[in-house]
Write a new protein. Structure first.
Length: 323
């Protein structure tokens, strides 16, 4: 992975994780980065000119069953970070099939294309804390039995298991990063953290009066996305293919996130936040909290940015941008 001539393909380069991995690889200057997008015109502005000008871009849809058979001979990647997916858990509960197709089945086609056309290519899949679902074991590490409770969790469990199966049967280099929630100013606006920081900033600027959320008592293990991007790079660069939990080991409630975000702008969150049943999910994983001990001891990885620093950076970004 350190050879200058290596090519890294990142699917979903305009998403939060794709963007940070690409930025870090470009900054290291050691490889050619190719980004897969669905719509260049739209995603160019999401990625920003600075990064866009330093990568090669290919277009394609994950729903296209021939996508990877076409891309592999064209791009000749030494490594693939497969980050493109439908990743909203709540949306997967409302309408499961698109998530099953795009998040669940498309990566299997990627595995098959790599197996038949480019078996030396390394592959990293972003698995999710959602694969543990309703487990009673806490914190969750790599040995906890899988028990997903949402369509998104089921799709991710399929891909996680397929990675292990293809690795076992075909000797391929396929690794899973079992990612707990990770946030940043690049987080999509329909995920709870960004929804809160954006609303707090808008309320502080007099542009919004209230914020409607779902379950305020939900707890999540929230880390800093750029640190997780670094972790995914460490996993794919490791000597052997393997599975690692990336998490902070600490959980906070949505309520606590609200208090921190509004508090940073000297606002009392309880005056502005209301519960709307439309955002309450019928099913939630049982208090996800990860144990990243293995990633720490084997890879030397940790989440280096605290919860407070993360919330502050997200709120500051949204507040300044609106100004
Ligand atoms: N999105 C959203 N919107 N979530 C809300 C809201 C709301 O208005 N109100 C409360 N929540 C609660 C959800 O019910 C959930 O318990 C928690 O906030 C976090 O929701 P999300 O930010 O949507 O993230 P997620 O935990 O469902 O999924 C994220 O993390 C997974 C890894 O643990 C996504 O990034 C997944 O793709 C990822 O795999």
């Amino acid at each position: 992975m350190s050879d200058k001539k290596k090519t890294v393909l990142i699917t979903g380069i305009s998403g939060q994780d794709g963007y940070y991995i690409a930025s870090q690889l470009v900054a290291a200057g050691e490889c050619r980065v190719v980004g897969l997008v669905m719509n260049s015109e739209l995603e160019r502005s999401l990625v920003g000119e600075e990064l866009w000008s330093q990568i090669d871009v290919v277009e394609g849809e994950l729903s296209d069953s021939e996508l990877f058979n076409r891309l592999l001979p064209e791009v000749k990647p030494d490594a693939i970070f497969h980050l493109a997916a439908l990743s909203h858990v709540g949306q997967s509960i409302k309408d499961p099939m698109p998530t099953m197709q795009i998040t669940g089945f498309a990566p299997i086609r990627l595995l098959e294309a790599v197996r038949t056309q480019s078996p030396q290519t390394r592959v990293l899949f972003p698995a999710s804390a959602e694969i543990f679902g309703r487990t009673q074991i806490s914190p969750q590490d790599e040995s906890v039995p899988l028990n997903p409770c949402t369509p998104y969790g089921v799709a991710k469990t399929l891909v996680y298991s397929a990675a292990r199966c293809w690795r076992l049967n075909y000797g391929m280099f396929v690794s899973n990063a079992i990612l707990f929630n990770h946030e940043s100013p690049r987080r999509g606006e329909n995920f709870v953290t960004r929804k809160i920081t954006l609303a707090a900033a808008r309320i502080a600027r007099g542009m919004q009066k209230e914020l409607f959320l779902g379950n305020l008592d939900s707890r999540r293990d929230w880390g800093w996305a750029p640190d997780y991007a670094e972790g995914m790079r460490m996993i794919i660069e490791h000597d052997t293919p393997d599975d690692f939990v990336l998490a902070t080991g600490i959980s906070h409630s949505v309520r606590e996130f609200c208090a921190a975000a509004f508090g940073y702008l000297d606002l009392d969150w309880e005056k502005y936040v209301r519960v709307d049943p439309a955002f309450v999910r019928p099913n939630e994983p049982v208090q996800p909290v990860g144990n990243p001990a293995r990633a720490r001891s084997v890879l030397g990885w940790s989440n280096k940015t605290s919860f407070e620093q993360m919330v502050e950076q997200m709120v500051r970004f949204d507040y300044e941008r609106l100004g």
